[in-house]
Design a protein around this ligand. Structure first.
Ligand code: RNT
Ligand code: ZN
Length: 415
């Protein structure tokens, strides 16, 4: 008997069908963020990364051109089991030599190469307007700026992105999740908290007034608690974005698990939002002490988030996207590790005897519930995971580093 066969028997005895779990997992798309490959730099500017976000580290081999980024992403994709969707930022437009369009003038054609890339690999595309790293971020503000001209520039950017998002959906045949996040806020105590929020609200409404097909474009608003240099006040706070989404038909709330106070958990917020919203979106990251965007690992809260999605029957209602950027380690490995970790978390969730555990809770069998939940933690998930990777034609946990290293020696270190 192989390790997989023996593990399968053990799960059987718990009433878990691991074949069904692997099959289900293989069909659920997870969005892979292009920005891990180049430290959120993009191709449309030479300036610094702004918006209160930061990458730290200077690992060699960073992708500097669209070709390099696509090549690196291909390498990373070859190390990830499961179904992938591509997540792009507007700042990753690919211009022809001599061509340039500012953010308010972006057109679908500037993303043609990404569409080809995604289609050739059977991926859908998600999209993010880029409201940072640009000279028109004035005094740290974009959509909530008191300067009408600045606001209009960014509103036009948002509208351009809606048109591009619809183009992505039409070209790939997969709905495009378009996420609005700005780093707007203040370093120190504001004198007016409501003004910027009223302007932000109006600006997003104007963006969403751009006509689009709701079955093709899924707009979302992402909240944040604070950013670097934006510690005292964030315009798009949790209450602001959640209320916006709740009161604007077709707009989804997006929760990034790095964007809350450290003792709040997104795993608990997922089932709360699913009571009200038909669909929600997530940015999956690993915050250490702040929104540090470390590589996602197979840790407790990551597992808990996956569990909630699965046991709320939310796999088709929750758009899952990775969002982290570590510049201190091999970026391909960072990409792959984070994606694999989220796949593992989903697999663990799909291999959990939820019905049995829920029954124990409803019968107030809390002592036994604790005992069984602890026992489930040590079920032989690793053997199911290795089998899943094998069936997907992807290296297992002990093989994938060798491929990372080879690519590093052959390609990255020669840049
Ligand atoms: C920043 C937000 C946002 C960005 C990306 C690059 O704190 O999480 O989602 O990480 O848009
Ligand atoms: Zn995010």
């Amino acid at each position: 008997m192989t390790r997989f066969e023996s593990a399968k028997e053990i799960y059987d005895s718990w009433g878990v069908d691991v074949e069904a779990a692997m099959e289900k997992l293989a069909g659920i798309p997870v969005s892979l963020h292009c920005w891990q490959g180049d430290d959120v730099t993009g191709f449309d500017h030479d300036g610094p990364l702004t918006g209160g976000i930061q990458t730290t580290g200077n690992y060699p081999g960073k992708a500097k051109t669209p070709e390099q980024l696509m090549q690196d992403m291909d390498q990373a994709l070859s190390l990830m089991p499961g179904k992938k969707k591509l997540n792009l930022h507007a700042s990753y437009a690919v211009f022809e030599p001599g061509e340039f369009a500012d953010r308010d003038r972006l057109e679908p054609k500037h993303y043609r190469k990404w569409v080809d890339f995604a289609r050739e690999r059977g991926m859908g595309i998600d999209f993010n307007p880029t409201f940072f790293s640009h000279p028109k971020v004035k005094d740290g503000l974009t959509l909530s700026s008191p300067d009408r001209e600045i606001r209009d520039f960014w509103i036009n950017h948002g509208k351009a992105c809606i048109r591009i998002a619809q183009y992505f959906a039409e070209e790939t045949g997969v709905p495009c999740v378009m996420n609005i996040w700005t780093g707007d806020g203040f370093k120190d105590i504001p004198a007016d908290r409501m003004g910027p929020r009223m302007r932000y609200r109006d600006s997003i409404e104007q963006i969403l007034s751009e006509p689009f097909d709701r079955s093709k474009v899924k707009p979302c608003v992402e909240s944040k608690v604070f950013g670097i240099g934006v510690e005292a006040y964030t315009t798009g706070s949790a209450e602001f974005t959640l209320s916006f989404a709740a009161t604007h038909e077709g707009c989804l709330p997006l929760m990034d698990n790095g964007h809350y106070h450290p003792t709040e958990t997104v795993s608990d917020k997922i089932p709360a939002l699913l009571c009200f919203f038909p669909e929600i979106a997530l940015h999956i990251t690993r915050p250490i002490r702040w929104d540090s965007d470390h590589v996602v690992l197979f840790d407790d809260e990551t597992r808990e988030m996956a569990k909630e999605i699965v046991r709320c029957d939310g796999l088709e209602r929750v758009y899952m996207a990775l969002d982290y950027f570590d510049a201190s380690i091999n970026r391909i490995s960072a990409w792959a590790m984070g994606f694999r970790s989220w796949q593992k978390a989903l697999l663990a969730a799909l291999c959990t005897p939820d019905e049995r555990l829920k029954r124990l809770q409803d019968e107030a069998g809390f002592t036994r519930l604790m005992v069984e939940q602890e026992a489930v933690k040590l079920l032989p998930l690793g053997d199911i995971w290795e089998e899943y990777c094998k069936r997907q034609g992807i290296p297992g946990d002990r093989e994938f580093f060798a491929e990372v290293k080879e690519y590093e020696d052959e390609v990255l270190l020669k840049r």
